[in-house]
Design a binder for this molecule. Sequence first.
Ligand SMILES: Cc1cc2nc3c(=O)[nH]c(=O)nc-3n(C[C@H](O)[C@H](O)[C@H](O)COP(=O)(O)OP(=O)(O)OC[C@H]3O[C@@H](n4cnc5c(N)ncnc54)[C@H](O)[C@@H]3O)c2cc1C
Length: 463
Amino acid sequence: MPLSDSFLNQLASLVDQVVTDPAALDATSHDTWPMTTKWAAVGRHPYRGEAIVKVSSADQIAALLRAASQAGVPVTPRALASSVTGQPIPTKGGLVLDVTGLPLALAVNETDLTVQVSANYLGSALEEHLNGLGYTLGHSPQSLLRSTVGGWLSTLATGQFSSLYGGIEDLVVGYTVILASGETIQLQAKPRAAMGPDLRQLFIGSEGTLGVITEVTLKIFPVAPVELLQTYAIPSVHDGLTFMRAQAAAGLRPFLLRLYDADEAKHAMVDPAFDSGCLFVGSRGLPGVAEAEFAALDELVRQSGGRALGPAAAAAWMDRRYDFSSVENMVAKPGGIAETIEVAHYWSGIEDLYNDLKRVLAPLADEVLAHFSHVYTQGTSMYMILFAQTADDETAIDRLERIWSTTMDCCLEHGAELSHHHGGGLVRSPYSKRSLGSAHLVLEKVKRALDPAGVLNPGKLGL
Ligand SMILES: Cc1cc2nc3c(=O)[nH]c(=O)nc-3n(C[C@H](O)[C@H](O)[C@H](O)COP(=O)(O)OP(=O)(O)OC[C@H]3O[C@@H](n4cnc5c(N)ncnc54)[C@H](O)[C@@H]3O)c2cc1C
């Protein structure tokens, strides 16, 4: 239903700007998910807001959410739209809430090792500021240069060095969130709190469906004085996984740990003739400590058949770790497909899942690549990259749909996690109930309690 003039006039009195220009609405009907890029290429905008709302204060967000809840108008928060699953796509129209105009604030506490920032702070700007003071976030997603702190919380993001620092859920100290009612809630732990459940986890990963995050306090870490890197050739995925499991069980915490299968190793080594799997390994820490960990890792890799090749390839990867151009260039080609899908499983299931996914996806792409890069004592993530050239963008759209349904069905058959860090978004929303199982009921009840009019980012997480 189109927004009424009286509602648009009300909005205009509450916020900085209300944009209804069709080109701007088209632009916010897409994110960085290759599917929405293909929709844009063929002129399709199946999910389009009716107005973009630009705000410059938390009070404006509160007033806007109150008004939208009363009128039953959907509100989809949008930061930098680096989502690759359609998370900020306004599936039910209504308002796109552009949070990027909040005033930028930053306060470092060097005693408590925290940084408090506005939710719209750009990841790379924050990391650069901290590096200048001798600190790091420890959170280094590949999208660091194009994503915000609020986006990280809302998507349950994880960074490339998570095997040492943890995911965003481990790195958050506290934050402020505005509910659909307009009420402002502060969640914190100084540094741990046992008064009731840890409610800080409630909005992390909620994809803007439960509230709008306005400021965040994160942990920071002193930059480590020693950093050591090594590259290994590893005979097989089985050998690589055996090593990764052994090092996790031993309690080692390398900041860099990436295992590539033989197909992706050709890309990772930038050598089409490279003919085995490979591993990038790195240790950070105090002198003596980093070296000791590095030596222990080396011993374990060798026991799994690894052969050291020197630090150069791992160092080259560190230099290009934010580069996404191979995917973007392929998606930009007419009929070109490049898709990234990340899932996770226990150690007991990951190798069978890998073998089955490679088998079922092979007919759907020219290349099916895989790496394992976020490691836990109980299991690991698996990241698939698929490249294909199809006849045209309509064919590419059909193929992408088949790639996703094939992958999700295979993961469900294996009892694997359907997403490790890209979240549900539009693409995985239909699988949310099966993925969360009985816990989805809790999410539904929480949603009804916090957003009774159901206005916040409808159509996501199976809500
Ligand atoms: C090249 C590339 C590499 C990537 N690498 C990684 C990676 O290594 N690790 C990883 O985890 N992800 C990665 N991603 C995915 C994406 O960058 C993350 O999901 C990121 O956290 C999204 O941040 P954003 O600021 O762009 O949010 P958006 O994409 O704008 O929004 C994402 C979701 O969060 C909600 N949201 C945004 N801001 C707020 C807010 N203030 N309050 C409430 N809800 C909000 C939106 O409604 C939406 O549902 C990558 C993406 C790209 C394109």
